[in-house]
Design a protein around this ligand. Structure first.
Ligand code: KG4
Ligand code: ZN
Length: 369
């Protein structure tokens, strides 16, 4: 089974060809165009600009992903000897699409494009919830880092074998912070989420206060590393409340007050980044491990842009071992943490559910069932 997957929910236009082969999720091609440089200039995403860029890039991205999906010999130089439409017609079994959540203009570009392709080429469509796909990016084949996730461990065989479940999933992105319990791929329960800003959103807003480029998460991680350590501390909001909810807007306000009272030097900015990152990671790790313990889960899967943060993964592993929790913690390969179509294809293959294209609509406010 081979799917063409499309992701267009925000500022990335992404297409991938993904296959389920010998119980593995194999990436045949993956192409992403991003309009980030445009949004960096405005210090954040202006939805209309993002949608206009989606319109520009959607077809070239799809064509490139189709051409690159052929084996090198067959494709020639960048697949020039084969037309993308021929590949779609003969090699692709179904089309997977993000139908929400996200920006309405951006979502519409992807959704309406694939509805047309599905109609013309008579292909089935699998609509995918972007948030769930972030977690299931952990199931994309990755032999390079020798990961031992049961689902992708060839030695142990079966994809999504029982030992992957139950797991706790933490989605941490620019738009969302959610904690979920998965009994199996279809039965899951939302445990809590942010009451205000998402973790990535807070990092981006704090980055702006510090004069960093949008989006600031990755730079905050680099600067925190450069600082090494500091005695400066910010509070981790609601860390001691008995809830799986999160809140990050108070942290932003605390940093704002600090920045107003102190002259920013390069060294101080790095130290603020260290303290901010610590405050965010502390609360993410504490609540997620508490959920793993409460629901007796031996697997924790992270997903979303903030899960690209290496300090987060290290902290998770350190805390789990110091609490003597038998928890295996995984984050997707870095390129599959931020928005990408490969994760959409992976989720569609793992939870294959066709829906007639006439019934698929962009749902900007889609959450969990
Ligand atoms: O998942 P994503 O690409 O888009 C959404 O669905 O929101 O996540 C983007 C977010 C941004 O807020 C960005 O600052 C953050 O992920 N991010 C990071 C890192 N890389 C990206 N945050 C912390 N550390 C990183 N290395
Ligand atoms: Zn995302």
């Amino acid at each position: 089974m081979r799917v063409l997957a499309i992701e267009s929910s925000c500022d990335e236009t992404s297409a991938a060809v993904v296959e389920k082969r010998n119980n593995q999720i194999v990436v045949c091609s993956s192409v992403t165009a991003t309009s980030l440089t445009i949004h960096a200039k405005t210090g954040g995403i202006i939805p209309e600009n993002a949608a206009r860029e989606q319109v520009k890039y959607i077809m070239p991205t799809i064509e490139e992903a189709l051409r690159l999906s052929l084996p090198a010999g067959k494709a020639g130089v960048h697949g020039s000897q084969f037309k993308a439409r021929e590949i779609l017609e003969s090699d692709i079994d179904a089309i997977a699409i993000t139908y929400g959540p996200g920006l309405i203009g951006s979502l519409l570009v992807g959704v309406e494009t694939i509805k047309t392709l599905a109609y013309v080429f008579n292909k089935p469509v699998i609509p995918v919830n972007h948030l769930l796909a972030h977690l299931f990016a952990n199931f994309i084949e990755n032999e390079a880092d020798g990961r031992k996730l049961p689902a992708t461990n060839k030695a142990r065989g079966q994809m999504l074998e029982a030992s992957s479940f139950p797991f706790i999933g933490l989605i941490v992105s620019g738009g969302h912070t959610d904690l979920l319990y998965f009994k199996n791929i279809e039965e899951y329960k939302w445990l809590g989420g942010t009451r205000d800003d998402a973790a990535g959103e807070a990092l981006d807003k704090i980055g702006r206060l510090l004069g960093l480029k949008y989006p600031a998460g990755a730079e905050i991680e680099q600067r925190a590393k450069r600082a090494g350590k500091t005695t400066l501390r910010f509070k981790s909001p609601i860390i001691n409340e008995e809830t799986f909810d999160f809140s990050f807007s108070g942290l932003k306000t605390e940093v704002l007050r600090y920045v107003q009272k102190n002259k920013l030097t390069e060294k101080l900015v790095n130290e603020i980044c260290f303290a901010v990152q610590k405050a965010v990671l502390d609360v993410l790790v504490k609540k997620t491990l508490a959920a793993a313990e409460k629901y007796n889960c031996k697997t924790v899967l992270l997903g979303g842009g903030v899960s690209a943060n290496q300090a987060l993964l290290e902290k998770f592993k350190l805390e789990a071992s110091s609490q003597k929790l038998e928890a295996n913690i995984f984050a997707p390969e870095q390129k599959y943490c931020t928005d990408n179509a490969t994760m959409i294809g992976a989720y569609a293959l793992l939870n294959y559910k066709e829906v007639p294209w006439q019934k698929i609509h962009a749902e900007p406010d889609l959450y969990f069932d």
